[in-house]
Design a protein around this ligand. Structure first.
Ligand code: FAD
Length: 416
């Protein structure tokens, strides 16, 4: 059933956002909800049907400019889609969000030729993208990337290395791969370069999809690059700008996406728990009538409201072209922390029932663990935030990357 956005979000939503909210709710509670059980029961399988439908709705083109076939609807619009979907299926929302991060990178860093080649296909969903930064040994330490790209002398590059936990690894037709293009002692801000690598190039392979703790149906797999040749025109951004491509995409696209994902889960924790407490009999009434229980539910609702306002406020600033890296980072950090705390309350308020077999709440509890690591772990968010507190913030990607047109932010109708 479509819901109405809470009044607290009014400052951040325009009339153009409302049909999108409604459409996202309808898709989430309809087609998505119908597949949730099947996805949960088959953690070893990659979900392919839902991304196809999302593609038909044009959702992978939500931030792609209209001139390339996208909606150009902006960052609040992107948050609406991921948030509403995550209330019903965080895995489906993860598929959408993982596809949108590399699209953001392409929109900002792509040459006119690269955009003309890939953005229309991304917008219509005939090509899904991934962004491949994390590696088996170096993890989130981008400066330590071991994948190397070596020039051949005839204008080509040969890329070798391995990438791990790559969102949509098994769906993507195009990977944005960040590789080392300079000697090990070169500073990270000059040592790395991003490349567009088609999934069917010789030397590109994937380890079989493995079931993860949660987000069943979402692939976050192991990409292997074995002497993969790409032409010079596959370089995304300039030589040595790979750190910028990775970092900017993570801050401007990854952080808000994960904020929206945790917000959807948060909402599901609260509504599931409120429903349970209202129906569970106790002393001739229900658990929801006990003051101590209500107190805890009230705390959950307070966290949800805080996460909701913080998350939408952050992307609203982004749509306005204001410098807000620190706000985006804080929203992702707070969004996960608050949702995880509410998840714990939800589990405990369901008592032993929460621990029974395939109890639905377990899916939410497992899924929320997946909003901690991507787009910056808590430790890295707090390093950034401490810099802000000390008056020495290190990035301003939000201002630099707001070249994307934003019809919804201007109050114009979207293609939705
Ligand atoms: C659902 C999901 C989707 C993902 N999607 C993608 C994707 O699309 N593309 C991609 O490239 N990656 C993706 N990732 C990977 C994600 O970016 C990494 O998990 C993250 O960067 C951390 O790397 P790691 O897990 O190897 O942990 P590590 O880097 O090994 O870190 C382990 C722990 O040590 C802490 N730590 C490490 N170094 C420091 C330090 N210097 N100071 C303080 N603490 C430190 C970390 O904060 C963390 O708590 C995804 C992960 C998940 C769970």
């Amino acid at each position: 059933m479509p819901t109405t956005p809470p009044a607290s979000l009014t400052p951040f939503l325009t009339d153009a956002h409302l049909p999108l909210w409604e459409q996202a709710d309808a898709f989430a509670t309809g087609e998505t909800a119908a597949r949730v059980e099947r996805m949960e029961a088959a953690p070893h399988q990659v979900e392919r049907k839902l991304p196809q439908t999302m593609a038909k709705l044009g959702w992978f083109g939500i931030t792609i400019p209209a001139e390339y076939g996208g909606m150009g609807a902006g960052h609040v619009a992107r948050t609406i889609l991921i948030h509403r979907l995550a209330v019903v299926s965080a895995a489906a929302a993860a598929i959408l969000q993982a596809g949108l991060i590399p699209i953001g990178a392409l929109c900002h860093w792509g040459t006119p030729e690269q955009k003309a080649q890939w953005l229309p296909r991304a917008a219509e969903g005939s090509a899904l993208l991934s962004i491949a930064v994390t590696e088996p040994h170096t993890g989130g330490h981008i400066g330590g990337i071991e994948t190397i790209a070596v020039p051949t002398g005839n204008g080509q590059w040969v890329i070798s290395g391995e990438k791990l936990h790559i969102g949509n690894s098994h769906l993507a037709g195009l990977h944005v791969v960040v590789a080392r293009t300079a000697p090990a002692d070169t500073t990270a801000s000059k040592a790395l370069t991003a490349f567009l690598v088609e999934h069917d190039r010789k030397g590109v392979s994937l380890a079989p999809h493995r079931a993860r703790l949660g987000l069943h149906g979402f692939s976050a797999g192991h990409l292997i690059l074995d002497r993969v040749r790409v032409p010079a025109m596959a370089m995304l951004g300039d030589l040595g700008q790979g750190l910028h491509v990775a970092q900017s995409s993570s801050i401007v696209y990854g952080r808000p996406n994960l904020t929206a994902l945790s917000l959807g889960l948060h909402e599901a924790f609260v509504s599931t728990t409120a429903t349970w407490l209202s129906a569970r009999p106790r002393y001739g009434a229900h658990l929801a009538d006990l003051p101590v229980v209500r107190d805890r539910l009230g705390a959950m609702q307070a966290r949800l409201q805080q996460a909701s306002c913080t998350g939408y406020h952050a992307v609203h600033l982004l749509d306005r072209g204001l410098p807000c890296d620190s706000i985006l980072i804080g929203a992702k950090h707070t969004g996960h922390e608050l949702a995880a705390a509410t998840g714990r309350d939800a589990m405990e308020l369901h008592g032993a029932h929460a621990l029974d077999g395939d109890y639905a709440l377990q899916r939410l509890f497992r899924d929320v663990q997946h909003t901690y690591a991507p787009a910056g772990t808590g430790e890295f968010q707090r390093i950034h935030l401490a810099n802000t507190a000390l008056g020495t913030p290190t990035t301003d990607w939000s201002q630099q990357l707001t070249a994307l047109p934003s019809a919804a932010a201007r109050g114009q109708p979207t293609a939705a």
